[in-house]
Design a protein around this ligand. Structure first.
Ligand code: IMP
Ligand code: MG
Length: 183
């Protein structure tokens, strides 16, 4: 275990096994359609690489950098889009991929902007983790890997101050590591 972790919630084997199931579920739901997967960067990078190779459909991938945490362990309550334009996804079946659904503010904001400005044929959300907590009204992930308690986690794409994304597992940081941070 990484020395900065307090607990491991999901190891690599458990994550990849769950992605087998999610990939099969998405393949079945979208059968006969072309899919466009919109990655919310950077958190969804590792999740996307492993999940998308488990989906047996014609699909395209595009990405957007969006953030709401600004380096800490609680949502800043404000969503920042790091590029001015949204991708042209008019008439496409869009599956938005993010690492985690927390307050839901990020995905609610992104979804609303796409609906109004881009007009895709459909939009669904897919997240690796869902926190057990109250959320912005109406945000629901059609596909979710695991449900977790309302605690701060890192690894497998999830970061603290930009670090720990490359851990193979998902876990909680020890108080010591959170306090001093890595960056
Ligand atoms: P939301 O807008 O509150 O749903 O926050 C979603 C974003 O916050 C995610 O895309 C993550 O980047 C970040 N986030 C939320 N919870 C965690 C966590 O426990 N660890 C690391 N990042 C998190
Ligand atoms: Mg993120």
């Amino acid at each position: 275990m990484h020395p900065h972790l307090e607990t491991v919630l999901f190891d690599e084997t458990t994550i990849l096994h769950r992605l087998d199931e999610l990939g099969a579920q998405i393949t079945k739901s979208y059968a006969g359609r072309e899919l466009t997967v919109l990655l919310v960067l950077q958190g969804s990078l590792f999740f996307a690489a492993d999940l998308l190779r488990r989906i047996d459909l014609p699909l395209q991938v595009t990405s957007l950098q969006v953030s709401s945490y600004h380096g800490g362990t609680v949502s800043a309550g404000e969503v920042t889009f790091h590029q001015p334009a949204l991708p042209d996804l008019q008439g496409r079946h869009v599956l938005i991929l993010d690492d985690i659904l927390d307050t839901g503010l990020t995905l609610a904001t992104l979804r609303r902007r796409l609906e109004v400005e881009v007009k895709p044929a459909s939009i669904e959300l897919c997240v690796l983790l869902e926190k057990r907590r109250s959320r912005v009204a109406g945000v629901r992930a059609a596909y979710a890997g695991f449900e977790i308690e309302d605690e701060f986690v890192v690894g497998y794409g999830l970061d603290y101050k930009g670090f720990y994304r490359n851990l193979r597992c998902i876990g909680t940081l020890s108080d010591n590591s959170l306090f001093h941070g890595e960056g």
